[in-house]
Design a protein around this ligand. Structure first.
Ligand SMILES: [Zn+2]
Length: 150
């Protein structure tokens, strides 16, 4: 039997590690990695508190880091793995990047791009639900702990 070492679950685990790093800093735990040809070229996590910047979502930083790595602004051959469904801002930035594929973990019914009908680039494929349980468990734990601190 052939086992593919680098599958969606493998890379989503890397994104989850980033989300955990955010958690440890007191940031809303969302992590992202960008992959090209089975190689991670960007790994980032939410830093909106640390940077005092509402645009410092994991995906926004990952887009910039991947473009810097590739030396070009388009990410057509790349896949983004992100632990939470992208918001409107990130979906908009991903539109401009023309990213090939988006794989997200947990759904964000309230602020995610799906329910808000944010357009992705016509060539971008998106799938969700990869390690969704793990991603949402971490988010829930964050908000429970935060509530208990206040
Ligand atoms: Zn976002």
């Amino acid at each position: 039997m052939m086992i593919k070492p680098f599958d969606d679950t493998y890379f989503m685990k890397k994104a989850l590690q980033e989300a955990e790093a955010a958690f440890d800093k007191g940031e809303i735990p969302v992590g992202a990695v960008i992959v090209i040809e089975d190689r991670i070229i960007a790994r980032c996590h939410n830093l909106t508190e640390t940077l005092n910047d509402v645009t410092a979502h994991a995906e926004m930083q990952a887009i910039t880091a991947a473009a810097n790595f590739l030396g070009g602004k388009y990410l057509k051959k790349c896949t983004l793995y992100v632990t939470l469904e992208p918001c409107q801002m990130c979906a908009g930035a991903l539109y401009w990047s023309q990213i090939g594929k988006i794989v997200y973990g947990a759904r964000d019914e309230e602020r995610g791009c799906i329910n808000l009908n944010t357009k992705l680039h016509p060539k971008t494929k998106m799938i969700g639900g990869v390690l969704a349980e793990e991603a949402s468990r971490l988010l829930k734990r964050f908000f429970v702990e935060k509530r208990n601190l206040n």
